[in-house]
Design a binder for this molecule. Structure first.
Ligand code: EPU
Length: 312
C-alpha cells in the first residue's frame, strides 16, 4: 500500500483525471519541467510524480503502463533537453530516493536520487575515494550510472558492484556489474528505472584525495562553464575526437540564438543566459551540426537526451 506521503503527484491541469489513480493523487499543477533541469528549458508533463521509495517507483511505473501512457524518469535533469511543449505521459522524478548506507569493505548503497556532489562529500568524510570521475558533474547517482558518466578521470561504472532496477512490469531486480554493459556514456538501463546503486570504493588517504579532487575541480572550472546553466556536453565524442574541439575549430564558439549560446569556454556546452527556449537551443545545435559537417565532414551525434511529445 502506497501512502500519500510516499507518493507525491503533481498533475498538469491539462491531464485527464481518468488516467490518474484515485487515492494517492492530489493537487493540480503546471510545473515546468525546465525548472527541474540544469539547462532550464522545457514545458510540462501530463503527470509528474515523486515516489520516495522503491515501492512508490513500482506503483508509478505499473500505473503508467496500466493506463497505457508513456513514462520517463527524471534525475537531476542534468543531461536533458526538454521541448517547449513538454512531454506527454508520466514523468517519475527520483530525487526523493535519497538514502546512503555504508557497509563493510567500502560498500556504499546509494538511492538513485542522491546528488553526486552529496555522495562525494559523504564518502570522502568516511575516508573513501575512487569517485574522481564524478567531480563537477551536476547529476544524480541514477543518471550518472545510466549514462556511465565520466571522462578523463574514469567512468562511474568502474566503481559499481551492482544496481537495483524496477522493470516496466514492476519487478525489482539486482543487476551485477557485468550485466550492466557499461560502455562509453551508456549502460544496459534504457528501459528500466535505476532505483539504487551499490558502489565498492577504496579507502584512501583523506588529504591526498582532497588535493586530487580540488585539482580536478580547478581544472574543470578553467575548461568548462560550470557557473552557467547547461546540460553538460551536448554531443558524443566521435571515435578518437573531441566534439568540443571540432566545434571550436569550426569557429562556432559564441554562436547565439536568443539566450542560448555555444559556450565561449567549451564548444560542447550550450549555455542558457537566462530565458532561452528549447527552440533557441535546437537552432544552436542545428547550426553547430551543419557547420561541423561542412568544415570537418564529421556528423555529430547528440549525447544529451531529448524529450518531446510524441508525434512532434
Ligand atoms: N578543446 C578545445 N576546444 C573546446 C573544447 C575542448 O580545443 O572548445 C580541447 C581541449 O583543450 C582538450 C580536448 O579538446 O585538449 C578535449 O577536451 P576536454 O578535456 O574538455 O574533454 P572532452 O572530450 O571535450 C570529456 C567529456 C566531459 C568531461 C571531460 C573531462 C564527453 C562528450 N565529454 O569532454 O563530459 O567532463 O571529458 O573529463 O565525453 C559531459 O559528459 O557532460 C561532459 C562534460
Amino acid at each position: 500500500m502506497i501512502s500519500r506521503i510516499d507518493f507525491r503527484p503533481l498533475i498538469a491541469k491539462s491531464s485527464r483525471r481518468s488516467e490518474v489513480p484515485s487515492a494517492s493523487w492530489s493537487g493540480a499543477t503546471t510545473t515546468r519541467l525546465g525548472a527541474l533541469t540544469t539547462l532550464g528549458v522545457g514545458g510540462s508533463a501530463d503527470v509528474l510524480c515523486r515516489p520516495a521509495s522503491v515501492a512508490g517507483v513500482r506503483h508509478a511505473v505499473t500505473s503508467a503502463v496500466t493506463a497505457g501512457r508513456p513514462w520517463r524518469v527524471l534525475g537531476r535533469g542534468s543531461n536533458l533537453l526538454i521541448d517547449d511543449a513538454g512531454v506527454d505521459g508520466w514523468v517519475i522524478d527520483l530525487r526523493r530516493l535519497s538514502g546512503i548506507t555504508f557497509g563493510d569493505d567500502g560498500l556504499v548503497t546509494v538511492g538513485a536520487g542522491v546528488n553526486t556532489s552529496v555522495l562525494l562529500g559523504a564518502t570522502r568524510r568516511r575516508g573513501l575515494g575512487g569517485l574522481e570521475c564524478l567531480v563537477g558533474y551536476p547529476a544524480t547517482v541514477g543518471g550518472a550510472v545510466r549514462m556511465n558518466a565520466g571522462g578523463r578521470w574514469g567512468a562511474t561504472g568502474e566503481r559499481i558492484e551492482s544496481v537495483v532496477v524496477v522493470d516496466r512490469d514492476g519487478a525489482v531486480r539486482e543487476v551485477t556489474h557485468d550485466e550492466c554493459a557499461f560502455a562509453y556514456r551508456s549502460s544496459a538501463f534504457a528501459r528500466s528505472v535505476i532505483v539504487e546503486a551499490r558502489f565498492r570504493l577504496p579507502h584512501v588517504d583523506p588529504e591526498a584525495y582532497r588535493a586530487a579532487v580540488e585539482e580536478i575541480q580547478t581544472t574543470k572550472a578553467a575548461a568548462q562553464p560550470l557557473q552557467m546553466r547547461s546540460a553538460g556536453c551536448m554531443f558524443r565524442n566521435p571515435e578518437g575526437l573531441s566534439a568540443g574541439r571540432l566545434v571550436d575549430d569550426a569557429g562556432m564558439l559564441g554562436l547565439r540564438h536568443g539566450d542560448a549560446e555555444v559556450s565561449p569556454v567549451h564548444g560542447n556546452f550550450v549555455v542558457n543566459h537566462g530565458s532561452a527556449s528549447a527552440a533557441d537551443v535546437f537552432r544552436v545545435l542545428d547550426d553547430v551540426r551543419a557547420e561541423v559537417q561542412r568544415v570537418h565532414g564529421v556528423e555529430l551525434e547528440l549525447e544529451v537526451e531529448v524529450w518531446r511529445r510524441s508525434g512532434t
